[in-house]
Design a protein around this ligand. Structure first.
Ligand code: FAD
Length: 453
């Protein structure tokens, strides 16, 4: 269902296994507020699939999708435009290529219709962030009611590694379990932070993106607009978070909440924001303990439809309660064109395997796709937000190399890249039945050569 980033990859992955695919796409009969054309895999905003290279988490996922023969990455490589270190594309050309490839496949039968209900057979649900209202309603009933988010109001997430724990301290409010990391602000730091926040720039919302903010999900910049003291009575409230060593109450405190089972990623509680990423970075780094913060995901605010994946999905992307139904793309709780296409590929593969009576598969933990789907099924369901490819999803590199020397951050990222890609290549090669036309991408090229696939 849906011929976007995820659905296009899913249809072709399933067809590659020799399975007949009925692909339903509602455009142009039913329009979304963001798509402009009737083409498949239309990019609704930026024209980039993210940064490339051996130290980039998206770079690893791109390489995995090249090895897997993913439809979106393959078309992106063909339609690329120069963009520094990013995989940016001519969006019209890319959509054209994907559409042609899908339409030309003898096993893919395209239906230009909206589906309002989940079909009973093996299906990939990939209707995206702008899922039609009728389908959203029936899907909510299918998965049990209140599991759909209707807009995305996400806070920035930082890596644990980059938090200065000599400044931050662990404590739960009013002495509850020490589940939170707290960042203390004195009055002067708070004043400076507030002034910077008050002048920070928002992404200009499109008309259709204008949101009615619910009180519990108000962006931090909106809270700040209500007055200098308002954040101190909201997400920066210091009460109950007195310093464990001195017993002193700080002027303000920002709390970080664990995002993944391993504790590699932490989000800023109550800091959902639509501020420009440059401003977000500056503001986050003004907070004591986050002066060197690595932001693994920026805050965003726009209309969105996605499932609470951790309560509903297995790591193979099937619904726990309906194993014949696989979910991919934004609907499955991912964020980004690349991540949507990669989960689409896996969901298509597994739906085809299901149709053939085979068990579903999950890529290895150290691969970016394997890390992402494990996160989706195992993340903290409380306030779950869609996730993109980042280094917090896969196990860390050792701190020292085989000679006992401390590895620099860059070297550790490269280690994770090589390790992840090697594991992914080996997993692909071992799939039974094997996938036709799989060509492993060498894990050690320098630089990465996108044409290899
Ligand atoms: C406004 C906006 C801007 C974004 N900007 C970016 C960005 O710049 N960069 C980025 O990486 N990500 C961005 N995203 C996030 C996301 O990565 C993209 O939306 C991506 O296209 C999601 O892929 P998808 O396959 O899940 O959904 P889509 O690509 O949207 O595909 C879903 C398809 O399903 C169809 N459909 C919906 N309901 C039905 C139905 N009932 N029956 C049949 N067909 C149906 C739709 O017409 C659509 O073609 C943005 C999202 C939004 C909402």
């Amino acid at each position: 269902m849906g011929a976007g980033m995820a659905g296009s990859d899913a249809a072709l992955a399933a067809a590659r296994l020799g399975v007949h695919v009925d692909l339903f796409e509602m455009r142009p009969k039913v329009r979304t507020p963001a798509h402009q054309t009737d083409r498949f895999a239309e990019m609704v905003c930026s024209n980039s699939l993210g940064g490339e290279g051996l130290t980039n988490a998206k770079g690893l996922m791109q390489a995995e999708m090249r090895a897997a023969g993913g439809a979106i990455v393959t078309a992106a490589d063909d339609a690329r435009v120069p963009a520094g270190g990013a995989l940016a594309v001519d969006r019209a050309q890319m959509a054209e290529r994907v559409t042609e490839r899908v339409m030309a496949h003898p096993l893919v039968h395209v239906h230009r219709d909206e589906l309002a209900e989940v079909p009973s057979g093996p299906t990939v649900l990939a209707t995206g962030p702008l899922t039609s209202d009728r389908f959203a309603e029936s899907l909510a009933a299918h998965v049990g009611g209140s599991f759909l988010g209707f807009y995305d109001a996400a806070a920035p997430i930082v890596s644990f590694e980059s938090i200065d724990m000599t400044v931050a301290y662990r404590k739960g409010r009013y002495g509850q379990a020490d589940d939170y990391i707290n960042l203390p602000l004195d009055e002067e730091t708070y004043d400076r932070f507030y002034e910077r926040l008050a002048e920070a720039r928002s992404h200009t919302p499109h008309d259709w993106e204008k949101l009615e903010f619910f009180e519990g999900c108000m962006p931090i910049e909106e809270i700040a607009r209500r007055g200098k003291e308002t954040p101190r009575f909201g997400p920066m409230k210091p009460v109950g978070l007195e310093d464990p060593e001195t017993g002193r109450r700080h002027h303000a405190v920002v709390q970080l909440r664990q995002e993944d089972a391993e504790g590699r990623m932490w989000s800023l509680v109550g800091f959902q924001t639509g501020l420009k990423w440059g401003d977000q970075k500056e503001l986050v780094r003004m907070l004591p303990g986050l002066q060197d913060a690595e932001i693994v995901r920026y805050g965003v605010m726009h209309r969105n439809t996605y499932l609470n994946a951790p309560t509903l999905l297995n790591a193979d992307l099937s619904l726990r309660a309906h194993p014949q139904h696989f979910v991919a793309g934004v609907l499955a709780g991912t964020e980004g064109y690349l991540e949507s296409s990669a989960t689409g590929w896996l969901a298509g593969l597994n739906a085809a395997r299901y149709a053939q009576g085979l068990a579903p598969v999950v890529p290895p933990e150290s691969s970016m796709l394997g890390g992402l789907t494990r996160f989706l099924s195992g993340a903290n369901p409380d306030g779950f937000q869609p996730m993109n490819a980042n280094w917090g999803l896969v196990p860390n590199a050792p701190k020292k190399d085989e000679h006992g020397r401390r590895m620099a951050k860059r070297d550790r990222r490269e280690w994770m890249y090589h390790h992840g890609l090697e594991a992914f290549n080996a997993w692909l090669a071992g799939l039974q039945p094997s996938l036709p036309d799989v060509a492993p991408v060498p894990a050690h090229p320098e630089p990465v050569t996108p044409a290899v696939r």
